[in-house]
Design a protein around this ligand. Structure first.
Ligand code: APR
Ligand code: PHB
Length: 389
C-alpha cells in the first residue's frame, strides 16, 4: 500500500492534521493502536485557544462546537477567601472556548469518516523505517497480518508513550523534563458548574480547579500526593476537600453529586528536540507534555498541527520545502512559551513539599501582583488565550 502521509496516532493531533490535509487533497492514513471508542472514552481538558478554534473551522469541523461551546471572556483566581477575575476581553479583546477535548476528538472522527479517509484501529507493532531517507515506510500488524505502507512523510502523533519519538536516534534527540512532586485528582459530576468561569484556587491545603463541560456537567480537581490513590477518596471526601480549598462564598454554592469519573494524573513538563528527523515530524504529546495548569496540552498540539499542515501544503502545492525545513524551529519556539506559562502557573498555584516560609511569601506576593497589576494580568491573558502562531 502507499499513501502521501502516514499519521501514527488517532488522537486530536493526528485527526486534526488529517482533516486539514484532506481539505487540500493530501491523502493520509491514520494508524491508531486502540479502538475508536477507547480513544473517545478518555477524559481530557476543555479549554480551546482561538488558534485551535480557527483550525477546527478551517477543517470544516466546527458546527457542533460553535453550537454547544461556552465562550469565556476571563478566568478567576482565588487565594484563601480572596478571588479575582482576569478579564481577557477587557485586557486584550480576546476569549477562550470551553468545549471538551473528547467532543473535539469525536467531531474529528465523524468528519474523517464522512470524507472516507482511511483510519486503521487496533494496529500493533508500528515501526517507522527510513525516515531519514527519501522513501520512508511504516510497517505494522493489523487485520491478522503484517502490513507495509510506503509514503512521502510520517507524522508522529502517537502521544507521550508512542513509538515516533523513539524512532529518532538517541544521539540526535535532546530531552528536557521536570516531574512535579504531586498529582491532580479529578472528578466529573453531572452537576451545574459552581461558577460561570473557571476558578484556579491556591490554598494552604493545595491547589484546586473548578471547571466544566456544559451547564450540567462539571469537572473539578484537587492537588494530591503522588502516592495517593483514587480508592482513598470517597465522593464525600473529595467534595469536603474541594470546599476547604475554595473561598467560603464559592464553597457555599457548590452543588455536589455522585462522580461519574474519578482519576489521578501526574504532572510533568517534557520537551524533545528536534521535532523533525528527515521525513518524520513529531506533533503534540509525542514531542512535549505540559502540566495541565495552563490548559496548554491540546492547544500546543494544535500549533504543531498548524506548522506541519502549512509545511506539507507548501511542499505538495508549491514544491517549496521552506516550511518542512523550519518546522521544528517554528513549533519549538511556541512550545517553549507554552511550557513556560504552564510551569509558571503550576508554581504559582500549588503547594510544594519543600516550600519554605519565604517561598510562600514570594508565591503570595506574585498572586497579589497578578490580582492588582494590569500589566501582569495582560501577560497572563495573552498566554492563556494563546500566543499567535
Ligand atoms: N501506534 C499507534 N497508535 C498509537 C501508538 C502506537 N505505537 N502509541 C500511541 N498511539 C495512539 C494513542 O492510542 C492515542 O490515541 O496515539 C494517540 C495519541 O493521542 P494523545 O495522547 O491524545 O496525543 P495528541 O493527539 O498529541 O493530543 C494531545 O491529548 O493527551 C492529551 O493533554 C494532551 O490535550 C493533549 C492532547
Ligand atoms: C478541564 O476542564 O479539565 C481543565 C480546564 C483548565 C485546565 C485544566 C483542565 O487548566
Amino acid at each position: 500500500m502507499r499513501t502521501q502521509v502516514v499519521i501514527v496516532g488517532g488522537g486530536p493531533s493526528g485527526l486534526l492534521l488529517g482533516q486539514l490535509l484532506h481539505k487540500h487533497g493530501i491523502e493520509t492514513v491514520i494508524l491508531e493502536r486502540k479502538t475508536r471508542d477507547y480513544v473517545l472514552a478518555r477524559i481530557r481538558a476543555g479549554i480551546l485557544e482561538t488558534g485551535l478554534v480557527n483550525m477546527m473551522r478551517e477543517a470544516g469541523v466546527a458546527e457542533r462546537m460553535d453550537r454547544e461551546c461556552f465562550v469565556h471572556h476571563g478566568t478567576c483566581i482565588s487565594y484563601e477567601n480572596e478571588m479575582f477575575d482576569i478579564n481577557f476581553q477587557e485586557l486584550i479583546g480576546q476569549n477562550v472556548i470551553v468545549y471538551g477535548q473528547t467532543e473535539v476528538t469525536h467531531d474529528l472522527y465523524d468528519a474523517r469518516a464522512a470524507v472516507g479517509a482511511k483510519t486503521m484501529f487496533e494496529v500493533e507493532n508500528v515501526e517507522i523505517h527510513d525516515a531519514d531517507r527519501d522513501a520512508p515506510c511504516v510497517t505494522f500488524h493489523a487485520e491478522g497480518s503484517t502490513q507495509r505502507l510506503d509514503c512521502d512523510f510520517v507524522a508522529g502523533c502517537d502521544g507521550f508513550h508512542g513509538i515516533s519519538r523513539k524512532t529518532i536516534p538517541e544521539t540526535v534527540r535532546r530531552e528536557y523534563e521536570k516531574v512535579f512532586p504531586f498529582g491532580w485528582l479529578g472528578i466529573l459530576s453531572e452537576t451545574p458548574p459552581v461558577h460561570e468561569e473557571l476558578i484556579y484556587a491556591n490554598s494552604t491545603r493545595g491547589f484546586a480547579l473548578c471547571s466544566m463541560r456544559n451547564e450540567n456537567l462539571s469537572r473539578y480537581y484537587v492537588q494530591c500526593d503522588l502516592s495517593d490513590k483514587v480508592g482513598n477518596w470517597s465522593d464525600d471526601a473529595f467534595w469536603d476537600e474541594l470546599k476547604r480549598r475554595l473561598p467560603d462564598a464559592i464553597a457555599e454554592k457548590l452543588v455536589t453529586g455522585p462522580s461519574i469519573e474519578k482519576s489521578i494524573a501526574p504532572l510533568r513538563s517534557f520537551v524533545t528536540e528536534p521535532m523533525r528527523w528527515g521525513r518524520l515530524f513529531l506533533c503534540g504529546d509525542a514531542a512535549h507534555i505540559v502540566p495541565p495548569t495552563g490548559a496548554k496540552g491540546l492547544n500546543t498540539a494544535a500549533s504543531d498541527v498548524h506548522y506541519l499542515y502549512e509545511a506539507l501544503v507548501q511542499h505538495y502545492r508549491d514544491n517549496d520545502s521552506e516550511g518542512i525545513e523550519r518546522y521544528s524551529e517554528r513549533a519549538l519556539a511556541r512550545v517553549w512559551k507554552a511550557e513556560r506559562f504552564s510551569w509558571s502557573t503550576t508554581n504559582l498555584l500549588h503547594r510544594f513539599p519543600d516550600q519554605t516560609p519565604f517561598d510562600l511569601k514570594m508565591q503570595r506576593a506574585e498572586i497579589e501582583s497578578l490580582h492588582y497589576n494590569e500589566t501582569a494580568q495582560r501577560w497572563f491573558a495573552q498566554n492563556y488565550v494563546g500566543l499567535p502562531y
